[in-house]
Write a protein that binds this ligand. Structure first.
Ligand SMILES: *Cc1c(COP(=O)(O)O)cnc(C)c1O
Length: 378
């Protein structure tokens, strides 16, 4: 008998604990990379993190809380919910905080989904819905889009007796597309009242469309719509893991029964409260994003790359073929620039580029312009 090399996982004992079948059907989420072999300065534009790092006040609050970290946090995140309520004009009793909005997506799937139920999402919607829905035991149905935009008619056409939740990211990640408020209202009106509509507005702060509503009006209009928000994008706190939901009382009550009792840690609560109080932070982020996104998009189009319009702090660059997108990705990596490959989103011909600082956007423009030059002439 030969000894297997140490890197091989041991063969499972036939009686080893077996995960539920649906667990093994889940492809683990692959986050944006942040490291490149042999490159000193890596510029990470792969996870839609805000362009300016964390708010200075949030960093100060994080440091200040250090002597308190032996204490359990406030399990109700009371101060944070009050601050969110104040900032957005919402009742704190209708807010629940989570370890990122990812935690809340998971709870919704387990609370309202499960074996024998369907969860609907759009074809190029956020992967977490598929992972969380499958884990809960639901069948997750990916509904075709039109022009890389959620198709309300297609969603409604896929509703069955078994449908329990419809997830819509608005704006959507990774496509950047936005559904008009009238379309969101038409979707809600077309769904049975017992179907939960989960509106994921992770990029709400970046939207410039004056008609945009991140979901508040639809939450207020009934007992069956939830709005999800996050501190991971414009607020620059992805590493702290803070998200929140604004929801009808019944949904809040259900989540509070099952969420991690101390789900938002003491440093995360302090940093998020301070981030909300940072003067001009959101305005600065939104204004920079609009300007830098337009400039970078124009530069790429100038270089002959198709760019999909986006309402978030990222956009899809469309290279027409998977091979060309992979070659573009390789040439970016050679310069230390990491963007997001889109194979997992069924868009292998695209790369998703996060809008960084002006300098970072300039480097992307330069790299892709040079890349396109090699494509045309070599
Ligand atoms: C980034 C993102 C989130 C945020 O997830 P967190 O767990 O709060 O960091 C949620 N939904 C979408 C569509 C996202 O792109």
């Amino acid at each position: 008998m030969t000894t297997p090399p140490e890197t091989m996982p041991p063969a499972p004992h036939p009686a080893a604990p077996a995960p539920r079948a649906e667990v093994m059907r889940i492809a683990a989420y692959v986050g944006g990379e942040g490291r490149l072999e042999g490159v000193n300065r890596v510029i990470k534009l792969s996870s839609n993190e805000g362009a300016f790092g964390p708010p200075p006040g949030a960093m100060a609050a994080y440091t200040k809380v250090a002597s308190e970290i032996f204490r359990y946090p406030d399990g109700a995140s009371s101060a944070l919910r009050a601050a969110i309520g104040q900032r957005h004009g919402l009742d704190p009793a209708r807010i629940v905080c989570g370890t990122g909005s990812d935690e809340l997506i998971g709870h919704l799937c387990h609370i309202y989904g499960g074996a024998g139920t369907d969860i609907l999402m759009s074809m190029h919607g956020f992967t977490m819905y598929q992972i969380a829905g499958t884990y809960a035991g639901s069948r997750v149905i990916k509904v075709p889009e039109r022009n890389l935009t959620t198709d309300v008619d297609a969603l409604l056409a896929n509703v069955t007796e078994a449908t329990r939740i419809v997830f819509v990211a608005n704006p959507n990640n990774p496509t950047g597309s936005l559904l008009a408020q009238a379309e969101m209202e038409r979707l809600r009106a077309g769904l049975r009242p017992d179907i939960l509509l989960a509106i994921d507005a992770a990029y709400a702060e970046y939207v410039e469309d004056p008609d945009y509503d991140p979901g508040v009006a639809l939450v207020d209009a009934g007992d069956n719509t939830v709005m999800l928000r996050t501190f991971s994008k414009i607020y620059g706190l992805g590493g702290m893991r803070v998200g929140w939901a604004y929801a009808p009382a019944g949904v809040i009550d259900a989540i509070n029964r099952v969420r991690g009792v101390f789900n938002v840690n003491i440093a995360a609560q302090a940093a998020a409260v301070a981030a909300l109080a940072e003067p001009g932070w959101v305005e600065k982020g939104r204004e920079h994003n609009a300007r830098a996104k337009a400039r970078l998009s124009a530069a790429l189009q100038q270089a002959g790359i198709k760019v999909w319009p986006s309402h978030g702090n990222f956009f899809l660059a469309d290279f027409a073929t998977p091979a060309r997108a992979a070659a573009a990705d390789a040439s970016l990596r050679a310069r230390g620039l990491i963007v997001r490959a889109m194979g997992a989103y069924d868009l292998p011909h695209c790369l998703r580029i996060t809008v960084g600082t002006d300098e970072e956007c300039g480097l992307v423009a330069e790299a892709l312009t040079a890349f396109m030059h090699t494509q045309q002439h070599g």
